[in-house]
Write a protein that binds this ligand. Sequence first.
Ligand code: SAH
Length: 373
Amino acid sequence: MATQGKLARTEETPLAARLKEEIARDGALSVAAYMHACLADPHSGYYISHQPIGSAGDFITAPEVSQIFGELLGLWAVAVWQSMGEPGAVILAELGPGRGTLMADALRAFRSVPKFLASVTVALVETSPALRAEQQTTLKASPAPVQWCKRIEDVPAGPLILLANEFIDALPVRHLVRQDGVWCERCVTIGLGGAFVFTAGEAVQGDSLPPAALDIDATDGAIIETRPAVAPLLSTLAARARHAPLAALIVDYGHEETGVGDTLQAVHRHRFADPLAMQGETDLTAHVDFAEIKREAHALGLTAYGPMPQGEFLLKLGLGARRDRLLRQARPDQQAAILSGATRLADPREMGLLFKALALASSGLAPPPFGDI
Ligand code: SAH
């Protein structure tokens, strides 16, 4: 993108200038509104105006680390389709498909299952015009039909298998901060020196409090995070699950139990940055609270399996055998990259433990592969 990375660290971005005006006019922004603006502002939001992924971008994701990731998730989808009774028409949807790499690798794996390939339509849910264009290039030789949707609600009806890798972490988080014994909306405002700062906003009480706030015995200064977009996303899935079989695989970085703490982080050019600076130029994410997803899923009648550490999940899906097969077929100069990619995905000291896989399924569906553990 034309402007990407050109700003000096101290310079104010156009989005920062606009947010300052907005705060001066209307008051502090909630953390969720701030994060939403930074990522999805229609003019200057990070995902709208950047191609963030890859060595020339800001961060690397599992499908970009190794082709094995997309291939194994593709085989997971085939196994789920088989457990659905091999419906003759199935949608394979992906939320936030990035550069389209995961889906391209999955589609290659499907060539060994022609019956699945003949049944599947791919639906990619993407808001970023830049990434959508890149996905179109990556998938132009797709052996199955591919369509793009702006929202999950627009994915065609029918049996659905859904993949979401590093998608939920990019959905805005809401922060509540404990002050004088009550929970307050944590907000972003402008400090005396003119820089963006966090502040405690209005008290939040009663029904507006998320369940986590009721369960946690917190002292002043404690912060809890919730993701307001999770419940509507899961209720869309639950509504579909009432009409047709559905299974979803969510892979992301995060924690198994709801806890106290601020995990909002910014990444720029593969380094951590200040979440309150360079608005629209850094990738803002926060840990996924898998317990929150499971709680909401159960309340909506979906069955949740896991989360399981990514390393364990991929090893059970056959990462070792796939790596060894690729090594046998590779030229000597390709072997080191295959080995290091597979290790990076699965090693607990790299992505293997922090990243986790959670499966959701409509009731009546057999547990998806390794969901039963
Ligand atoms: N899954 C990819 C990309 C992860 S980055 C990979 O593993 O490489 C997050 C992705 O989600 C990007 O494609 C981004 O454009 C998309 N995205 C972010 N917010 C979105 C939203 N609200 N709806 C749809 N896509 C979104």
